[in-house]
Structures are given as structure tokens and as C-alpha cells.
Design a protein around this ligand. Sequence first.
Ligand code: SF4
Length: 358
Amino acid sequence: MASVPSDKFRPRCTGLASSGEDEARGAPVRDERRGGSPAEPGQANGSGLCGRNAGDRTSAFPLANWVATLVDLVRCASTRLPDDVLAALRTSSEAAEMPRAATILSAICQNADLAARNATPMCQDTGTLTFWVEHPAGISQRPIAEAVRQAVAAATARGFLRQNTILPVDGKSVADNVADGAPSIHFEEVDDGPVRIHLLLKGGGCENMSTQYSLPDASLSAGRDLAGVRACVLHAVWRAQGMGCAPGILGVCIGGDRAEGYVRAKRQLLRPLGDESPDPLLAGLEHTLLQEANSLGIGPMGLGGNTTLLGVKVAGASRLPASFFVTIAYSCWACRRQSVAIDPATGLVVEEGEVANE
Ligand code: SF4
């Protein structure tokens, strides 16, 4: 997986930094409305992590600050729709030709505004949490993973996340959303700089619409070429109508093995809507697929209209000659992505940002 160069990390202004600093100083998280017990980030077992790796840059890992910063990252992701997504929804609402589509889009915008104003989750399904952590050499991953888990537990206690995790076989609920595989954390070592953490909250309804094709696919008359890729993507959009809470955003990976295809497709959902693939061929495909999907008439919530998708982001991954997978990560309108850069020495926010193309 490619790193995100610093010049591709676009600062945003959502107030995350100041809130994180407040909490780091011991102040409660703002907008605490649900009566959850005040968090004491990093208090539970913070001392156990400090000094574990003598000589490296985590020898005095400030766990409490890290947890406070990450709680705020979760809060922002859960309660604030990214500016570009909200702007696209507003534009689509104003331009909608069908009254029903306009009503749905307007209601989505109102819901997003209320969620941001009241610091409440924008959807009852607060989704699967996937963290991508990019860190320079010399940073131990285990304390960061512990900070992520403690932050998820604290954010759940405060109502920023629903108790949304259940065990795989017996279905028992996990009270703090921390369990084997939850949250999902991907680490990558990058060049020097702060630790950059990207978070995606992806709901189950749209995740159920994510899918993978293996070309050639006779049922779609899809061969091993871009025309075949196009057939797969449009079929996935068609199949998702009425489910997955359109308008959606697609992350697509062409190639890879099955596992890499899903990871890379999902990661594309971190990219802002205005971001284009650096590969002109893929950039053209992103544009064409968006236009074609929106001409299918599926519309918001599948009830008709021209706004079926808000964006399509395509990446490639090398593959074996024997395989040609096309993997599609389908996100609903609630594309809850948020990124932050953290000073590893303090655990405090350096900057907020978004992931541009890879
Ligand atoms: S698909 Fe998205 S908007 Fe629909 S219920 Fe799930 S998280 Fe919410």
C-alpha cells in the first residue's frame, strides 16, 4: 500500500485539534449528552505501555493524550459528514429533478446538520471502524493499537458509537466495541513525519453491497478489460438499488488477489470526492462510471432520480495472469471518514486532513 505523501494530506478545519487538546488537559469531551461516564483516557493501563520498548520513540508513550485525541477523531467521524460529501448532497438536492429525490436528499442534509450540531451519530449504525495508521520508523505499533482500542471503548461509553459489535457465532453483544478484529487496524511504515491516522466508519447495509467479481464473467458478458470492469461496476450499482442507502460512493480495485482487492477498494473511500486518480486511464474511468451510474435512474434510496452515486474512486493492484478481480467497496451517503496527524511525542494533533490519491 502506498504511503500518503505529506503534500497530499489536505488540512481541514473541523475543530478536532482544539477538542483533542481540551480533553488532553483533562476536560470532558464536548457535547456529552448521553450520560456516559466521563472518560479517563489511558488511565486504565497506561503505565503498562510506557517504557515497554526502551530506546525507541515510544519509551514515554503519552497514552492518555493519544486516547483523548483518538476519541475526538471517532467523535468527528461519527457526527460530522465530511464537507465535500455534504456539499455534494446539498448540490444534488437543489438540482434534483424529481421531488421525491429532492425530499430525500434534503432530509439527509438536515440529518447531517443536526448530527454535527448536537454531536450525535449521523446514523444509528455507527459502522465497522477501520483505522489506517502511517508511522515513521522507530514507532512501536502496539501502544498505538492499545490507544485505538481504548479510544473506541471510551467513544462507545460516550454515545459516539453504538454498541455495534457482536461475537461471530453466538451473536453476543460486545459492550465496548472492542473484540477480536474490532476495530480493524492497518499499520504502514512511512518516511519521517507525524503519525497519520485515517478512520472510516462503514455501515453494515452498504458493506453488504460490497462485492467482488472474477473476470471473465459470462453472465455479464464481461471480459478481462476495462469494458469488463465497467460491466462489473454498473452491475454492482444496479444490484444495490434499494439497499445500501444511496446515494453511494464506490471504492474500486482492479486486480490484486481477493484479500488485497477488498482492502484497497475500501481504502479508496478515504479519498475526497474531488480527488482524481493520477493514472489518466483510471481517472477517465472514474468520471465515466459516475456519469453512467447516475443515468440508471436508481436515485436516492433507490426511489428514482439522477443521484445514485456521489463519487467513484478507482485504484489498481498488480495481479497474477490467472486472475482478474474487480472489487467494489460500496459506501452509503454516510461516508464517515476523518484523518488526523499526531505528534508521537505528545499524542496531540498536528493537523487534520484527508487522503488524496495514491
Ligand atoms: S447503509 Fe449507511 S446510512 Fe444506511 S443504515 Fe447503514 S450506515 Fe446508515
